[in-house]
Design a protein around this ligand. Structure first.
Ligand SMILES: [Fe+2]
Length: 257
């Protein structure tokens, strides 16, 4: 295995699991020309929604298409002190089993993905299920590198957000669940203290919102910076075929395999 294999164009996961993505996140405009590598402002974009066919959803709409195992959650979020209306907010996350819709033939198209608009106070809300952590794919040199360095390949549970509004830098972020065993050893080095969400558990059902007990709430704040709004190219692949093997895990925090 050569470093050139790891850094080959298109091998985006290599940037993530070698910590390069996050190291460059704040300096990408200055450093990318010097490094001559295809790094863009992506910041752990991960498995992303398709670029087309994504309609806007109503406030408080739910992201799951069928009854799933796992706890439900209500997410409220706002642009802190920025009453910016009409920002497009893409949200996507894994299922309670730790699989994205495109990895899982058992999930409906676009399950656990949505696009919302901020209201006149810069707020948006939706309902979903609480995500689970998952193993990242370890095909090719990425897997070789992780095996060679005795690292596991699990990511802690998180929600993906992308906020797009002309006149502002596109904000791509992940908010992590505070009770995940992989917070301190994320395979992609994405966790910082500020990105750990304040999920609150509720043990009484919220009938009006269709949230059986227990359910979780998260009240999150984001801030947009003035600049150029750019949508990254969506790297999502085709949906997995029925019977496709699950991503292999390299050791779990609880010792199981
Ligand atoms: Fe993810």
């Amino acid at each position: 295995m050569h470093m050139s294999d790891i850094m080959a164009p298109g091998n985006a996961a290599a940037f993530d699991i070698t910590h390069i993505t996050e190291l460059l996140a704040d300096n990408v405009d200055r450093l990318a020309p010097l490094l001559q590598v295809p790094v863009k402002r992506r910041v752990l974009l991960g498995t992303f929604v398709p670029a087309s066919g994504q309609g806007t959803q109503a406030a408080n709409e739910r992201l799951w298409e069928a009854a799933r195992a796992g706890d439900t959650a209500r997410i409220t979020a706002a642009l802190a002190d920025q009453p910016i209306a009409g920002a497009e907010v893409d949200v996507w996350h894994s299922s309670p089993e730790g699989r994205y819709e495109n990895q899982d033939p058992g999930q409906a198209e676009m399950n656990l993905r949505g696009r919302f608009l901020t209201d006149h106070k810069g707020r948006f809300t939706f309902r979903s299920v609480k995500p689970a952590g998952y193993p990242v794919p370890i095909d090719g040199p990425v897997g070789e590198l992780m095996v060679a360095t005795s690292r596991h390949n699990f990511r802690p549970a998180h929600l993906h957000f992308m906020l797009f509004k002309p006149g502002f830098k596109t904000l791509i972020s992940q908010i992590y669940c505070p009770d995940d065993p992989y917070l301190a050893s994320d395979a992609q080095f994405g966790v910082t203290r500020a990105l750990i969400g304040d999920f609150v558990r509720h043990d009484a059902a919220e009938g009006g919102l269709g949230l059986p007990a227990p359910w979780y709430s998260l009240d999150q704040r984001f801030r947009l910076e003035p600049g150029e709004a750019r949508r990254p190219r969506a790297p999502i692949g085709a949906k997995a075929a029925p019977g496709a093997p699950a991503v292999h895990g390299l050791g779990r925090a609880d010792g199981s395999s």
